[in-house]
Ligand binder design. Structure first.
Ligand SMILES: N[C@@H](CCC(=O)N[C@@H](CS)C(=O)NCC(=O)O)C(=O)O
Length: 233
């Protein structure tokens, strides 16, 4: 969400809540998101949850013709890849991440890691093939169709696991890393095991909060999440 806000050049205010920061069980928060999760977006009279829906809303309201393609075919592709990434790739990368980086060794599920590692090459080959004929998932321009995999691919790049040779994804990822908003909000060191995760904890509380908000996605996790962002009406 914050990456999208920044890509759109929108001013926003972030509130750090969730996990150890608390706040998500407060009645006032549950009114905004009854799931007690982050993120939540407040923008004028709109209050909403579900990060992908938030990104699509921001793109529709503030990024028509840029983050949200105006042309129906490109829009269809952006929608298609956002769904596909979320439903197929995110669970596999998240499984490896949570077991290798965020779980104590005794709770690490090696079978789940192996299953994810076995399935990822086939899935990434599909994305790689799509990126053979276009620079971005929806064509020649960066769109919200690049966001879901963009977030997760950074984390994947930090993981200690076998990585298939995907030259087109490699080129796409290199282009993402050139984007200032990606550098600022996504390219944060996460480490590849629990010790590195802890060692990478930066001393600056603001950076800790930022990193925590961008490096995990499991409701039961003990880490803290920032939310919501509010836009000027
Ligand atoms: N599908 C929801 C997932 C929300 C979700 O699971 N949020 C996690 C962070 S990504 C959370 O609030 N975790 C709080 C916690 O684990 O304490 C979305 O994309 O917004």
């Amino acid at each position: 969400m914050v990456w999208a806000l920044d890509e759109l050049g929108l001013a926003f205010k972030r509130h750090t809540v969730g996990g150890g920061f608390g706040g998500v069980r407060e009645p006032s928060y549950l009114k905004m998101n009854p799931n007690g999760l982050v993120p939540v977006l407040q923008d004028g009279d709109i209050t909403m949850f579900e990060s992908n829906a938030i990104v699509r809303y921001l793109a529709a309201r503030y990024g028509e013709g840029s983050l949200r393609p105006s042309e129906p075919k490109a829009l269809a592709l952006a929608e298609q890849w956002m769904e596909w990434q979320q439903l197929n790739v995110v669970p596999l990368i998240s499984t490896i991440f949570w077991n290798q980086v965020r779980s104590p060794p005794a709770q690490r599920n090696d079978k789940a890691i192996a299953e994810s590692n076995a399935r990822l090459p086939g899935l990434l080959a599909i994305a790689d093939q799509a990126l053979k004929s276009s620079q971005w998932f929806a064509g020649d321009s960066f769109t919200f169709g690049d966001i879901v995999l963009g977030v997760l691919y950074w984390r994947y790049s930090c993981l200690d696991c076998p990585k298939p040779d995907t030259p087109n994804i490699k080129r796409w990822f290199a282009a993402l890393k050139e984007r200032p908003a990606y550098q600022k909000w996504i390219m944060v060191q996460v480490g590849s095991n629990p010790a590195e995760w802890t060692a990478n904890e930066p001393p600056d509380p603001e950076r800790i909060a930022r990193r925590r908000g961008l490096t995990g996605c499991r409701a039961s996790s003990p880490i803290r999440w920032p939310a919501p962002a509010s836009l000027p009406a």
